[in-house]
Design a protein around this ligand. Sequence first.
Ligand code: GTP
Ligand code: MG
Length: 304
Amino acid sequence: MNLVDDLTAGDRRALARAISAVEDGGPEAAAVLAELQSRVGKAAVIGFTGPPGAGKSTLISAYITHLRRAGRSVGVIAVDPSSPLTGGAVLGDRARMASHIDDDGVFIRSLAARGHLGGLSAAAPFVVDLMDAAGFDVVIIETVGTGQSEVEIAGLAGITVVVFAPGLGDHLQAIKAGIMEIATVLVVNKGDSPLAAATAAHLYAALHLNAGGHREVPIVTTTATTGDGVGDLAETIAGLLSVRPPSPADAPRRLRRMLAALAAENLKEKLLRGTNPEIDSICDEVRGGRLGLAEALRQLARIA
Ligand SMILES: Nc1nc2c(ncn2[C@@H]2O[C@H](COP(=O)(O)OP(=O)(O)OP(=O)(O)O)[C@@H](O)[C@H]2O)c(=O)[nH]1
Ligand SMILES: [Mg+2]
């Protein structure tokens, strides 16, 4: 029996087993991954990220309702934040998406975040591939914006929706942290708040300051709890997808982008933490004029 054949044929239990195998990374994983290669590249991969409590799960649930009405099937990957403060979020996510649990066209899977790799599980790109091979039209990944995971999610997803809620001031943090740069769509959720318009105006101003005006990022205001604006969000995403539809080249590209994000974050952290003697010595050599920057970068790349 071939797990990938079964999951491609629509067997959800086979899909669940294949995801577990890939998460465990054992010998079965290698066989699954080898079988996958020729069967991916049809799904639209959409990342939702943003500060805790912005309403990402509620919005995803409303968006799923919209997609289901249009007859599209959806796989969802909810990445469990490793912080104990938000450790209960996965249960919350499942509850928020509960209305879809009995729907055959929706498959929701939580993935544990692995701390040492940042916010996203190392298995995430393969789980995206598995859901893609299982025939879901759309694969959605939810991560909490904690600093690193946004960059990784942007590597995985073709479209990255960054969700803010008004009045938290988080959008100001985000502007500083460069989260704006990874957004393909900006959402101001909780549009029922009186502060929503001001938040949208802030984001608009920040976009045009930061990006020098050459990047058009749509800003959509939604109220996930009532569904207001969710149709606009769906249309915006559909518009972006029509310009750049999913392709078989996406799967190798998302693995590469994810590895790039992880490698860069990993090296950056080692460099900034200053506890790696090899890196310390490279820095000393550069400072002492004994090592050129280009050679230093080559040596650092080997350590990463
Ligand atoms: N008033 C209002 N409340 C909302 C809206 N969207 C979500 N909420 C509420 O905000 C709270 C957080 O929503 P979630 O969807 O769990 O937010 P999240 O961003 O997924 O949260 P984490 O996954 O924990 O980061 C819940 O109580 C929702 O009911 C909205 O549009 N308006
Ligand atoms: Mg959530």
